[in-house]
Design a protein around this ligand. Structure first.
Ligand code: ADP
Ligand code: MG
Length: 550
């Protein structure tokens, strides 16, 4: 049942004064779609023409606006959603400031056609140059807002709009997360008349995500298990019912991580970084993981009112949320991951990753590069460098989280490095120490090493340190490191790469066996730190096919 629209009392209005700012077509789309969702719409249609500057239409089948209230809805601080300060602390609507419609009508021509579920006839309200023209119309319950000529009277602001295609893309980028937040609502979006998004509205987050990403994502989605963390303040942060793609599906360019806090899409660098970090090297370098994080916190622990477009949030216990995200994703991914890739994409054998690498019988080494092993499912080819790198990375991560074994050197070593590497070692002294390296500058071109990680004692630690620092200080050695990974993670990635056995190293039988055993223990992962496959399975079925036995 829709509540009557009222103008907020000035005290309350002042309290939530982070006013809605209409900067570009996407801000209009966002506000109108939020209103449709707040009106309990089941179907929402969005049309974007001329990049949204020409015309934006948002039509919904929600509860509509009562005949006598349409004009009021366009006044500043007029809302049906907030009555008192208590409502602010228990927000269950996307809009709450009562400013959006007024702000939009101030910079564009708006036509609103609406019919409340309680009324027999609908109302059409046109706002042209600030003048209201109202008439009665016939229509189904629901609301259609048409916004035309955005900023037409504000050339200075219109100048800042980008190309049509870019503005339209930005509009879709605000619709998609809302479609993911409300999978029970069917969203359709048309850009210049062409369908750009259609979600089924069947209440299933997976199918909404497939609609947003494309059908090829379907086979790669895994559920994120509900993960509750209880803190000092009682039961809190839960990440329930989210979905992510395993590492074999990733995206170029901008982040594929959608963060929903109490069903509101938010932009929070810390929280999306928690996700990116949880994926770690599962996702190839330079690509982005995909996840929808559905985070619920007690309403009084989150403030959505810190940003004009309500995109940024302040969370009372951000660290706990961060930890919950990481835990939830790691357990989702641990189930999904397996370091083995089938030989051919059309290998139809019923490989389900059930076989443990530790059960494999090592047959030998090929080209001083691959370990060949046999198991129940077939023949395995394991990239020795990739596999060892994975194992070491896992060990180094463990070291970083406090389980580091340090080996003091009887005689400190002096390592020669370029000056840039000396200053890098100084800056990263803390992270190096966490890994087990005790390092201090020793003149402009050398470092004094007093201790090394126990883990690397037999692997020429001074060479590893030298190469790592040179790589990180120049980054021209063909090793691309995730730019936004934490320093410690970047350091661990490079150290693992520099420490791992290489292609061309001859491995003894026991070494190969130990490697496979360790690989099966390591938080299993399809790719090495560079995003290449770690192991390939040539299944019995595939072998038979190759030899024409089937
Ligand atoms: P807010 O969403 O913060 O309340 P808005 O300016 O976005 O403020 O909208 C003002 C009021 O107009 C809303 O509170 C709501 O009552 C009404 N309204 C706007 N759009 C719709 C819609 N699509 N369906 C039903 N009511 C709407
Ligand atoms: Mg609103």
């Amino acid at each position: 049942m829709p509540d009557a629209i009222q103008v907020m009392d000035p005290h309350l209005a002042a309290k939530i004064a982070a006013g809605e700012v209409i900067e570009r077509p996407a801000s209009v789309v966002k506000e109108l779609v939020e209103n449709a969702l707040d009106a309990n719409a089941r179907h929402i249609r969005v049309d974007i023409d001329g990049g949204g500057a020409e015309r934006i239409l948002v039509a919904d089948d929600g509860h509509g606006i009562a005949a006598g209230e349409v004009e009021l809805a366009f006044r500043r601080h007029a809302t049906s959603k907030i009555r008192s300060e208590d409502d602010l602390n228990a927000l269950h609507t996307l809009g709450f400031r009562g400013e959006a419609l007024g702000s939009i009508a101030a910079v564009a021509e708006v036509t609103c056609t609406t019919r409340s579920v309680l009324d027999q006839v609908g109302t059409e309200l046109r706002i042209e140059m600030g003048a209201f023209v109202e008439s009665s119309v016939a229509r189904q319950p629901g609301t259609t807002m048409v916004v035309e000529g955005l900023f037409a009277r504000f050339p200075a602001r219109r100048k800042f709009l980008r190309a049509r295609s870019a503005e339209a893309a930005a509009c879709l980028q605000v619709i998609s997360p809302l479609a993911l937040a409300y999978p029970e609502v069917q969203f359709s979006a048309f850009v210049e008349g062409r369908e750009a998004l259609l979600t089924p509205g069947d209440g299933n987050l997976r199918s909404a995500l497939v609609a947003v990403l494309g059908a090829d994502a379907a086979d790669h989605l895994v559920d994120i298990p509900a993960t509750a963390l209880s803190g000092d303040h009682g039961e809190i942060v839960v990440s329930a019912g989210g979905v992510c793609a395993d590492g074999s599906y990733s995206r170029m360019g901008r982040s594929g991580v959608t963060v929903l806090v109490n069903r509101r899409p938010v932009q929070n660098r810390t929280l999306s970084f928690a996700a990116v970090e949880a994926f770690g090297s599962l996702v190839p370098v330079g690509r982005q993981p995909v996840a929808v994080l559905d985070i619920r916190v007690p309403p009084d622990e989150v403030d959505f009112n810190v940003h004009p477009s309500k995109l940024e949030v302040k969370l009372l216990r951000e660290r706990a949320v961060y930890a919950a995200i990481q835990r939830a994703l790691r357990s989702a991914l641990a189930v999904a991951d397996w370091p083995v890739q089938p030989w051919s994409p059309d290998d139809d054998s019923s490989f389900d990753g059930a076989e443990s690498l530790r059960e494999l019988r090592v047959l030998g080494q090929a080209g001083k590069t691959y370990v060949i092993a046999e198991g129940e499912a077939g023949l395995y080819l394991v990239d020795q460098h990739a596999a060892h790198e994975r194992v070491l990375l896992e060990d180094l991560r463990a070291a970083l989280s406090g389980r580091c074994e340090q080996q003091l050197l009887l005689e400190p070593l002096v390592v020669d490095v370029p000056p840039a590497a000396v200053s890098l070692a100084e800056q990263a002294a803390g992270e190096l120490a966490a890994l087990g390296f005790a390092v201090e500058p020793f003149g402009p071109r050398s470092l004094m090493v007093r201790a090394v990680p126990g883990l690397l004692v037999d692997r020429q630690p001074q060479r590893i340190l030298q190469e790592t620092l040179v790589t990180l200080s120049t980054n021209t050695h063909g090793l691309v490191i995730e730019q936004h990974a934490s320093w410690a993670e970047r350091l661990a990635t490079v150290v693992a790469c520099k420490s791992a056995v290489r292609a061309g190293d001859v491995l003894a039988q026991p070494e190969m066996e130990a490697l496979l055993r360790r690989l099966s223990e390591a938080a299993l992962c399809r790719t090495c730190a560079h995003g290449r496959p770690t192991a390939i399975l040539l299944s019995h079925a595939q072998l038979e096919k190759e030899f024409g036995r089937r």
